[in-house]
Design a protein around this ligand. Structure first.
Ligand SMILES: O=P(O)(O)OC[C@@H](O)[C@@H](O)c1c[nH]c2ccccc12
Length: 261
């Protein structure tokens, strides 16, 4: 069992417990109290026409790096990312492996005007209703973790709720499977799931294989402006960046430097 399979096996157990306590109807009722979804993909597409569109990630820890940020303040981070020029936020909510929490997403979204992706491991369409009920504007679908039929069900649950779907791929076969979905927001994860090594060449290799009309997102291992410029050579102007920003003292300044050099 690789790490992703292990995480998803645990997620199934975790979700089964929460699902027993709350129905989709109850979640949708709760979601009605949230503000309507902010356009996640639309914000990225507009910005990517003229510059670099950034999804800035709020991430306290990860399985490969352990604790990334000791002084962890999701509200301050959200504000700093927004002030620094990010178009969207991604907030880790997985607790066992990333020390995330749904409260971090709620607090971050309330603190700014940016659309927010719930960064978690979706294994059940029920989680989409849950994500919307805490205010998420978009969800992540990791192709490597799901069968085609479940992937489509999760996507449908998001579309039904006017949420956007970031579809994540790691290799050619996954890009082909992603193309069968409706979403044309596709992230290429540069992190090898078995070794945890990141290599920007992954995005460069897969970019030409994306279906027509796709907004491609370069994910993971993007450390500086030069990395953004390198991916721009391959036509990618949208990036998902976590660790390199989370490690900086002045997050707003670091965000601006990443985008502008
Ligand atoms: O911290 P980085 O190397 O900038 O990477 C951010 C993001 O791509 C990474 O956190 C990520 C990509 N896909 C995921 C799926 C689950 C959890 C985390 C992730």
């Amino acid at each position: 069992m690789n790490k992703l399979e292990e995480i998803c096996a645990n997620k199934r157990i975790e979700v089964a417990q929460r699902r027993a306590e709350r129905s989709v109807t109850a979640l949708d009722h709760r979601a009605a109290g949230q503000s309507v979804p902010r356009g996640f993909e639309a914000a990225l597409r507009i910005k990517a026409e003229t510059g670099f569109a950034l999804i800035a990630e709020i991430k306290k820890a990860s399985p490969s790096k352990g604790l990334i940020r000791a002084n962890f303040q999701p509200v301050d981070h959200a504000k700093a990312y927004e002030a620094g020029g990010a178009m969207c936020l991604s907030v880790l909510t997985d607790a066992p492996y990333f020390q995330g929490h749904e409260d971090y997403l709620k607090a971050a979204r309330t603190a700014c005007d940016l659309p927010v992706l719930r960064k978690d491991f979706m294994v059940d369409p029920w989680q989409v209703a849950e994500a919307r009920s805490i205010g998420a504007d978009a969800i992540l679908v990791i192709v490597a973790a799901l069968e085609d039929s479940v992937m489509a069900e999760i996507e449908a649950a998001a579309i039904e709720r006017n949420m956007d779907v970031l579809v994540e791929v790691h290799d050619e076969a996954e890009m082909e499977r992603a193309a069968k979905l409706k979403s044309r927001l596709i992230g290429v994860n540069n992190r090898d799931l078995k070794t945890f090594i990141t290599d920007l060449a992954t995005t460069e290799r897969l970019a030409p294989l994306a279906p027509e009309g796709t907004l491609l997102v370069g994910e993971s291992g993007i450390n500086n402006h030069a990395d953004c410029q390198r991916l721009a050579e391959a036509g990618i102007r949208t990036f998902l960046v976590g660790e390199s920003l989370m490690r900086q003292e002045d997050v707003e300044l670091a965000t601006r430097a990443l985008l502008q050099g």
